[in-house]
Design a protein around this ligand. Sequence first.
Ligand SMILES: Cc1ncc(COP(=O)(O)O)c(C=O)c1O
Length: 486
Amino acid sequence: MASSSIQGSCSSNITPTPARRHRNRPLGVSSDREPFRSLSFSSHLHSLSLKSLGQRLHVQPFKTSAVVRAECSPEKMQIDISLSPRVNSVKPSKTVAITDQATALAQAGVPVIRLAAGEPDFDTPAVIAEAGINAIREGYTRYTPNAGTLELRKAICHKLKEENGLTYTPDQILVSNGAKQCILQAVLAVCSPGDEVIIPAPFWVSYPEMARLADATPVVLPTQISENFLLDPKLLASKLTEKSRLLILCSPSNPTGSVYPRKLLEEIADIVARHPRLLVLSDEIYEHIIYAPATHTSFASLPGMWERTLTVNGFSKAFAMTGWRLGYLAGPKHFVAACGKIQSQFTSGASSISQKAGVAALGLGYAGGEAVSTMVKAFQERRDFLVKSFKELEGVKISEPQGAFYLFLDFSSYYGAEVEGFGLIKGSDSLCRYLLDKAQVALVPGDAFGDDNCIRISYAASLSTLQAAMERIKGAMALLKRPVPA
Ligand SMILES: Cc1ncc(COP(=O)(O)O)c(C=O)c1O
């Protein structure tokens, strides 16, 4: 179909091509009789009525192709709005979708407790915020070097040396608009089409999709809750081939909160060392949110691993700076320069203001000093409360998190339960929809993280909010009749 451009402002009607349904996206609400079954967590909340929560969550079918009729008087044009296969191969982030839905419900007056987002509920520490404000006042508002200011990269080198025992020079550091950008650029820079990206599950939602964006193949390695969701080195050894290009490790982990002990990382390093093509991306963004006696080990600090490790870290989580969009990558110059080349054509350098704030954050002292340790204490108190509360809930399996601010709970003993007016709880997706409807608590289904047995609860919320959420969840779960095990 020929494309045309529309001049000036005009309204448009989107007419779907004959109903095509995406593999991963169920259709929206269908009939009055089964209003819940057809709900899906969609990043679009197209229509919002206020009859019941089920009816409020109207979502439209995912359309892969459509024709836009532009109503620009006098002539009408047709435009091909089909998308590239690259877009269609990627799933939208479920955490973002659910967070958006919960926010829309809250804005519509529904008292939803939002425990889906991976975002600290604290304000950015005042010293950091002041540094940002001063940057604006002092006119520090221009482009910075693509890789980040020398001041910030030096501060990052100092941090990595002091806290992680890693030696880097500023030309081995790339500052980006968030750790997410660092990871995507690294995957794009090192993976060729057909390469395999090894990802232990449960995984952060973006890893497999980033591999797909690079035309690489995600190879997901399951872990067990009984093993605290830690990768079994034997399984890793059995899955590595000459196509294996990148192993992604995340410790402390989103979504499980697991922390890899040094000894296990050493075993993994021994296996990695046998595969010359294999690189490791070590996502250490939750490094400071860790609960004693657990300690953090940087993978690059292990013998022989510096040369093949790309370490990613950032400011979003520990410093409560999600909106500042600041992260960084450290690694051998060859790889960092390649990532920088991509960044130079994507976005250029990160915000000059955020970089000044980043320098202030690193100036807070070892591991973020008191400002960060106060937040970590609060997270720990919340974790302890939730672990205790969920232990009281029959049939729920828990691996006590050692870091980050998530609990990843196995609710699979409830799958197969029926509830009047809702239907069958088939898996993590329907359980989360049920809890959103009945308890008005927004959580993320484990299938988004590669483990349908579980659901993720973020405890980046005040203790009183978590107490209220817990009451609601317990009430809703009490209505579910767990199926009798065969
Ligand atoms: C494991 C993990 N890595 C990276 C990121 C990205 O963080 P940033 O805000 O720096 O892009 C997140 C954010 O949720 C995360 O959970």
